[in-house]
Unconditional design. Sequence first.
Length: 232
Amino acid sequence: MLLKKWENLPVNIKNESVKEYYESLNKHKKAMIIKRLFDILVSLILLILLIPIFIIVGMIVFIASPGNVFFVQKRYTQYGSVFNMYKFRTMVKKAESMGSQVTLNNDPRVIPMGRVLRKFRLDELPQLINVFIGDMSFVGTRPEVTRYVNKYNDEMMATLLLPAGITSYASILYKDEEKLLSECTNADNIDSLYIEKILPEKMKYNLEYLRNFSFKQDLKIMVSTVTSVLFK
């Protein structure tokens, strides 16, 4: 997972604000290699061990709301590449056409069993596939959809230097994001609140993660995530 040479980065990522983060990350080549090897090994082990859970959750989702078991959405990862992110479906079919691309607290689009899956983050288990093939990492900036990536300023583009992640400090601190967004009354207001207030705040933590990048920090975030989910 070594960084590309600066001159080979996509034009939209190369700016002076990003260069500071690039030079800092480039000093941690060994940590990035360890991070990728850890992602491959642990995701493979978990995918094998959790096969029964995948089958059970898949059956529950299908019975609760007949249709595709998996929710697949285009998201952005390292260098601004677009990939298919996998999750267990927790909403009614065609939910994206029925409102904002972020989810609210008590969102009517979420099926009853989906609330349980989301509470314990079981809906995100299929992202282990994304981690194994390299689209994502266990720790990193949560991948966003095009609408929100287009709102990144120059400094925020630095988060695209590394693969997107399943969890991060921002994810932990904003685990109740849905409640904050529930104050809005329509999709446009929800998107505006997310873009103008929540996204910039989350990015502060994502950029801080890049400044202090280390494999040890990744392990701490993973432990904090598990603790946060179990004792929510």
